[in-house]
Write a protein that binds this ligand. Sequence first.
Ligand code: F6P
Length: 357
Amino acid sequence: MKRRIGILTSGGDCPGLNAAIRGVAKAAYELFDAEIIGIRNGYGGLIAGECQEMSKKQFSGILTLGGTILGTSRQPFRTIQVIDETGVDKVAAMKKTYHDLKLDCLITLGGNGTHKTANLLSQEGLNVIGLPKTIDNDLSGTDFTFGFHTAVEIGTEVIDRIHTTATSHGRCMVIEIMGNKVGWLTLYAGVAGGADVILLPEIPYDIKRVAETVETRAKSKKAFSIIAVAEGAMSKEEAKMKKKEREAYRASLPYDCISKRIAAQLQELVGVESRSVVPGHIQRGGSPCAYDRVLATLFGVHAAELIRDEVYGVTVALSGNNITHNKLSDIAGMPKPVPKDNTMVLTARNIGITFGD
Ligand code: F6P
């Protein structure tokens, strides 16, 4: 049985992409007569026809490698069906590349936006299989995405290192963790790093409540405080605003990120010396942790099994201890915010962590 497989990585990168690519390829070569075509820079490469036939040895030695050997780009879903100024019909161009390459299927590794486009291409008649990656862990249908646990490790190490200097100086340290729309990463890294306050986009905060926690600690034997804030966290007032109004309000403030703003507010309200730290893309860089190497391999191998069984229009998922798959149409466009009654949220509350609500 021969299969020609196109593979691409799309959206923000994360550790584990190469491990997943390797998993798909190694299992495909084992399970059937596979030909693999690497598509450069995500859907951009599929649109432009930037592809290359890969050899078996190109999938060797990449298990621990960060980033993606295929390159990636962001192609926002809202623009994918829009004919751009150069007159390119992106959907038609992607279908043409797929057919010109005589592909039997297309494997797309990505997050929410990637899955929406994967679903669209599937509805357009292409054989598509998705693999869920992102440090944000915000894809529905899977317990975890690969990349998430590595980012949790990195976020936790940042908090650990900040903890010691915060203690020495008796300062309030505000650490901004990635996650614009969802707070899974901040929640896990915050709990793992022993944060005193965790602020998430899903739980709007009152800065006075945060200040109370910092003040109580400042007056106690523990003069320092650790605040883990998601980049997309918002105050209760901001939560009432429409998105555009909120953006305009933020642009009017003298801070370019939420952690600087919170540090300044706490210094003013409590009088405790405060600093902000933004690890940023460090959270997406470097080698995947062991968990992500394993998860990415499990996902990749399952994708190859699905190709063998000609099961398309699906995305691979982790459900409990099982590797399974969901229909793309069931999960595409369905983000996974942190529920307010999530076990981790309740656990954090039960050990005295405040969410500022
Ligand atoms: O989706 C992953 C993510 O790292 C988010 O947490 C973050 O908001 C965003 O990507 C940053 O995107 P970019 O790499 O385009 O700056």
